[in-house]
Each structure stands twice: as C-alpha cells, then as structure tokens.
Design a protein around this ligand. Structure first.
Ligand code: NAD
Length: 289
C-alpha cells in the first residue's frame, strides 16, 4: 500500500474510534413535551422521566411558582421551563402552549395529567362538584388536546398526546360518580382523537393508573382517610394495602406511570394509537375494586 493510502486508513480508523466513544443520543432528544399538572405527583414524575430521556419539558400547573420550581429541578431554562396554566381556561391553555412553542421551537408530546378527585357518593355529590371535576378533566384535556393538535398539524411532524386516565375509566369506581365518569370521558377522548388525528401522524394513547398513593396529592383532603376507613386500614398503610390486593403485589408509584408514558412515546410503539395501558399491578385484569 502506498504511504498516502496507509495514512488514509489510519485516519478513518481514528475517526471511527472517536465516534464509538460518543454517547448514544437519548431516545427523546429533539422532542418538546408539555405536561399538565406537572408540579407534583404523577405529572412531576412524568416531566422528570421525559427530561431524563432527552426531551425539553414544559412543566405546567396552576401555580406559576410551583411550576417554575419543579422545572428548575429538571435543569436550566434551555431544557425545562415552568408555565402557569389552568387547563379549564381556554385562553390560558392557548397562551401556555403558545409560550412553549416559542420557548422550544414547537411542541410534539403533550400529556393530559392535570386533575383532582372529588370522590363522594351520589347523594353527597353537588352540582358544583360535578362541574369542577368535568371542567378540569373533561373540558381541560379537550382544550389542551385541541391546542396541541393545532400546533402539531401546523408543524406537520406528527406527535403524541397521552391521557392519564384511570382504572376508573373502565370499571366502576368506589362511590365516586363525578371522578369515575370524567375518567370515562377522557378514555373516550383518547379513542376519538386517535381516530381523528391519525391522518396527521399524531398518536393518542392513554395510561390507566390505580392506587398511586405515595407521592400523589389525590388522596389528600379526606379521600385517603375515607378510603382507609372503608378498607379498615390506617391511612399511612393505604399504599401498602392497595399493593397487597393486586395480582403482582407491587405498589404503584408515580414513576411507574411515567415509565408507561415513556414507553408509549419513545418510538418503539410507533404503530400504536388509541391504546390504554393499565399501570395497576393487575387490579383491572382481576376486576378488583
Ligand atoms: P396530584 O394532586 O399530586 O397532582 C395533580 C396536579 O394537577 C396538581 O399539581 C394540581 O395542581 C394540578 N391541577 C389541578 N387542577 C388543575 C387545573 N385546573 N389546571 C392545571 N393543573 C391542575 O395527583 P396525582 O395522583 O399525581 O394525579 C395526576 C393524574 O393522575 C390525575 O389526572 C389523576 O386523576 C390521575 N390518576 C391518579 C391515580 C392515583 O392513584 N393517584 C390513579 C388514577 C389516575
């Protein structure tokens, strides 16, 4: 071999060795995620996982300071920002998603997570309870999905919308008509939007958690105490109690819900839309309440 040819071979061998030392790109690198209700609980775990997998993340929640604080935990402003957004207010939703698109040059992964639980028996459920529950979760996720779809269709690069629904979307919840019925509404939004947005390459899927007690705010404000009384356990034992009655005997934590969101959006399930993934250690499969 001529001297110049030898040099060429050595040069490329060195370049290849350098490339092999570069870290693999993260699965969500280049994606921009917008997560509602992300300052606490399951939403915060989702935002954390998506950021760890390389996405730029917009942490949105009711309170601006809490949203900003949660975003700051994920990294600097070039990877995570916090925005105030009451999902039941159409103008606030349009503003927040617009700000997100400006901050990161687009939005292509949206998680409808924001929620609250008014868990009362039928005769105690007031008209106001019903309206609040439906304003935040049915109307709220409709408004967020509509605005997200507007942006994604304009971008023409597909996208993902994920709903954090519930086991109660499918099975009767324990005396919580307002909460369970709004979860069923969200589950139907998944199917309806999967059908309508598929032609734009936008996939719409749902996650149905159950029994996420530790790290979640939904059991606060009396609901946890009430459940503990119904099951005859101490409130602080509720998480362990829920876990024990499942098929797997495993407690469901916010990060397990976040793992399902990652699995649905990271690319391996590119041909899946309209799916609901249970994250409940087997409660729904066994028809356990
Ligand atoms: P959480 O109370 O810890 O979090 C809910 C978040 O939503 C809070 O940060 C709250 O500020 C925010 N929020 C409330 N109203 C809002 C509004 N109008 N606009 C924007 N944000 C608002 O509760 P969580 O358990 O993390 O619940 C998250 C989602 O998971 C909810 O949709 C809930 O129904 C669903 N889920 C939870 C469980 C569970 O076992 N914890 C089970 C099934 C489904």
């Amino acid at each position: 071999i001529e001297e110049s040819e030898k040099f060429r071979i050595e040069y490329w061998a060195l370049e290849e060795a350098k490339l092999a030392r570069l870290p693999e790109p993260k699965p969500l690198a280049g994606r921009v995620a917008f997560v509602t209700g992300a300052a606490s609980g399951i939403g915060k775990a989702i935002a954390t996982r998506l950021a760890a997998e390389g996405a730029c993340v917009v942490v949105s929640d009711l309170d601006a300071d809490k949203a900003a604080g949660a975003a700051a935990e994920l990294g600097s402003a070039d990877v995570a920002v916090g925005v105030a957004c009451d999902v039941s207010d159409g103008r606030a939703v349009a503003r927040a998603l617009g700000e997100a698109a400006v901050a990161f040059g687009g939005v292509d992964l949206v998680v409808n997570n924001a929620g609250l639980s008014i868990s009362k028996p039928l005769l105690e459920t007031t008209e106001r309870d019903w309206d609040l529950q439906h304003d935040v979760m049915a109307k709220g996720s409709f408004l967020v999905s509509r605005e997200a779809a507007r942006i994604m269709i304009e971008q023409d690069m597909g996208g993902d919308i994920v709903y954090i629904a519930s086991k109660n979307a499918v099975f009767a919840g324990p005396k919580n008509i307002a909460y369970s019925s709004v979860k069923a509404d969200q589950a139907h939004q998944v199917r309806l939007l999967a059908a309508e947005l598929g032609e734009h390459g936008i996939r719409v899927n749902g996650v149905n958690p159950d029994g996420v007690v530790r790290g979640s705010g939904i059991f606060a404000g009396g609901w946890g105490a009430q459940r503990a009384e119904v099951y005859g356990v101490k409130e602080e034992e509720l998480g362990a109690f829920y876990a024990k009655r499942t098929l797997l005997g495993r407690e469901v934590l916010p990060e397990h819900v976040a793992a399902a969101v990652f699995a649905l959006t990271a690319g391996e399930l590119s041909h899946t839309t309209g799916l609901h993934v249970p994250v409940d250690s087997g409660v729904a499969a066994a028809f356990l309440r």
